[in-house]
Design a protein around this ligand. Structure first.
Ligand SMILES: Cc1ncc(COP(=O)(O)O)c(C=O)c1O
Length: 459
C-alpha cells in the first residue's frame, strides 16, 4: 500500500498505550508478516524485533510446527468447556507440573492479568479453608515498579503509578513495598546489605499490616517491564523465609521470565527459591495462541477439596481457559524450547549482548547502567552519570524513533513511574543470533550519538 493510500484509510482501531492525537496525518505502520526475529511492514521494510512482540514470541516468528499443531487440533476438537477437558489440556497441565518439579495443579486462563487474578483468589480462599485460622488473610503485598496486569486486582498489585491514573480507586487490600534496585540503592550499602534491607522492609510491612491479614506476596523474580531490576542473590531466599515465618503465600509472577527468557527454564531457579503459586503467560505458547496458567502447590489445591454442594471448590470459570487449541500449540512450543535448548541460547547471547553493549556504550555520558539476565536487558539512561537524573521522556522517544527508522524496534518502560521511564528494554526472541545482537548494539550506539549531537533536554 502506498503512503497516500495508507493516509486515506479510515482507522478505527484503538491501540494500547498510544496517544492517538500524535498519529493524525501519519501513515499507519501495519505489519504483514514475520520470520525469525524480523517482521515486515506493508511497504516491505523489515525490522529487527528486540521485543519479541510483547516479550512473548520466544521461539521466533514463522514456526510452521505451531501452525500445524493449531490446525490439527482445530480440525479435531476446536473447543470444549473448561469444566470438561480434552487430552492436550490435561497433557499440558501434567507437562507443566513435571517441568516445575513440584507437586500441584494447574488452572488455565488466557492472559497474564487473569493468571494473577486467579492466584490472588486462590490465595485468599486457601487461607479461609486451610484450617489454620487464616479467615482474615486477604491482603496482597507487591512491589513498586512491578507490572502484574491491567484488570482491577492485577492493576492494584501493579506498582506503576502511571498505569493507574484515572482508573482508581481499585479494590482495597493491596499494599506495596520497594524492590531491590541496586543502581539507586544507598551508596554505602553493599549489594548484600541492600538485598537484606529490602527483605527487612517487606517483613516490617507484614508486621505493620498485621500478619494475620496478609494472604500473599506477589513478585516477579526480577522486575522486567518496570525497568529490568535484578535482585541481589540473598533477596529471594530471604523473602521465602519471611513468608514462611508469617504464614504468607509467595506468588512468583513468571509471566515474562518463565520458559527460558532469563537463561534458565524458570527465573526462580537462579535463586533456588520455590514459590507456593506461580503464574505464566507470554512465553507459554510464544504468543501463537493466548494462554496463561496459574500453578498451585499440592497442599493449596487440597484445601479446596470438600463436599458436594458446599463452596469449598474454586468457583471461577474462564470461557477460554483450558482451550484445547491453545494447549496443543503451547505443548509444541515448549517442545521447541526444550529441543533447541533456548534457555542456553538466551544465557549465552544475552551475556554477549550485554558485554558488547558495555564496550560500545558502557562509558557513554547518558548510560547509567546496563543490566539484565539472559535475553532480558535494560539500559538505564540518565542526563549525566554523576547526578543519575533520569533522561527526559522526549529524549527516550527520540532514541526509539532513531532506531526504528533504521529498522530496529527497541522498547522502554513506557507509562510506568512519572519521570522514571528512562530504561531501554531489550527482550528479543530467544533464538537471537550474535549478528542480531551486534545490530542491536549498533542501533543503541547510533541513537545515543544522535542524541548527543542534537543535545539532550537539560534538567
Ligand atoms: C510480569 C507481567 N505480569 C503480568 C502481565 C499481564 O499479562 P497480560 O498482558 O497477558 O494480561 C504482564 C504483561 O506485560 C507482565 O509483564
Amino acid at each position: 500500500m502506498s503512503q497516500s493510500e495508507s493516509l486515506a484509510m479510515p482507522d478505527h482501531l484503538w491501540r494500547p498505550l498510544t496517544q492517538h492525537a500524535l498519529l493524525r496525518g501519519k501513515p499507519r505502520l501495519c505489519m504483514v508478516e514475520a520470520k525469525g526475529c524480523y517482521f515486515t511492514d506493508e511497504s516491505g521494510k523489515t525490522y529487527l524485533d528486540t521485543l519479541a512482540g510483547l516479550w512473548c514470541v520466544n521461539v521466533g516468528y514463522g514456526r510452521q510446527e505451531l501452525a500445524d499443531a493449531a490446525h490439527e487440533q482445530m480440525s479435531k476438537l476446536p473447543y470444549i468447556s473448561p469444566v470438561m477437558t480434552a487430552e492436550p489440556v490435561s497433557d499440558f497441565a501434567n507437562k507443566l507440573k513435571a517441568m516445575l518439579g513440584m507437586d500441584g495443579h494447574v488452572y488455565f486462563s488466557s492472559s497474564g492479568s487473569e493468571a494473577n487474578e486467579t492466584a490472588f483468589k486462590i490465595a485468599r480462599q486457601h487461607h479461609l479453608q486451610s484450617g489454620q485460622g487464616g479467615e482474615r488473610r486477604f491482603k496482597i503485598i507487591s512491589r513498586y515498579r512491578a507490572y502484574h496486569g491491567n484488570t482491577m486486582g492485577a492493576m492494584a498489585a501493579t506498582g506503576q503509578a502511571e498505569r493507574k491514573i484515572g482508573y482508581e480507586p481499585g479494590p482495597p487490600g493491596f499494599v506495596h513495598v520497594m524492590p531491590p534496585y541496586p543502581y539507586r540503592a544507598h551508596p554505602k550499602l553493599s549489594l548484600e546489605d541492600h538485598g537484606e534491607e529490602c527483605a527487612r522492609l517487606l517483613e516490617e510491612t507484614i508486621i505493620y499490616e498485621g500478619a494475620e491479614t496478609v494472604a500473599a506476596v506477589i513478585m516477579e523474580p526480577l522486575i522486567s517491564g518496570g525497568g529490568v531490576l535484578v535482585p541481589p542473590d540473598n533477596y529471594l531466599p530471604l523473602v521465602r523465609e519471611i513468608c514462611d515465618r508469617y504464614g504468607v503465600l509467595l506468588i512468583f509472577d513468571e509471566v515474562v521470565s518463565g520458559f527460558g527468557r532469563t537463561g534458565a527454564m524458570f527465573a526462580h531457579l537462579h535463586w533456588k527459591t520455590q514459590p507456593d503459586i506461580i503464574t505464566f503467560a507470554k512465553g507459554l505458547a510464544s504468543g501463537y495462541m493466548p494462554v496463561a496458567a496459574t500453578f498451585a502447590r499440592k497442599d493449596i489445591f487440597e484445601s479446596f477439596l470438600g463436599e458436594a454442594g458446599d463452596t469449598s471448590h474454586f468457583r471461577q470459570i474462564n470461557t477460554f481457559g483450558g482451550h484445547p487449541v491453545a494447549a496443543a500449540v503451547a505443548m509444541r512450543n515448549i517442545q521447541i524450547v526444550e529441543e533447541e535448548d533456548l534457555p542456553t541460547n538466551a544465557l549465552k547471547v544475552g551475556e554477549y549482548l550485554r558485554a558488547e553493549l558495555e564496550s560500545a556504550v558502557g562509558a557513554h555520558p547518558h548510560v547509567g547502567e546496563i543490566r539484565g539476565m539472559g535475553l532480558l536487558t535494560g539500559v538505564e539512561l540518565v542526563v549525566d552519570r554523576d547526578s543519575k537524573v533520569p533522561l527526559a521522556e522526549s529524549d527516550m522517544t527520540k532514541i526509539l524513533a532513531h532506531a526504528l527508522d533504521r529498522g530496529v524496534l527497541l522498547g522502554r518502560n513506557t507509562n510506568t513511574i512519572p519521570g522514571r521511564c528512562n530504561v531501554l528494554l531489550i527482550s528479543p526472541p530467544l533464538i537471537l543470533a550474535r549478528e542480531d545482537a551486534d545490530r542491536i548494539v549498533e542501533s543503541v550506539h547510533g541513537a545515543l550519538a544522535d542524541l548527543v549531537e542534537r543535545g539532550a533536554t537539560p534538567v
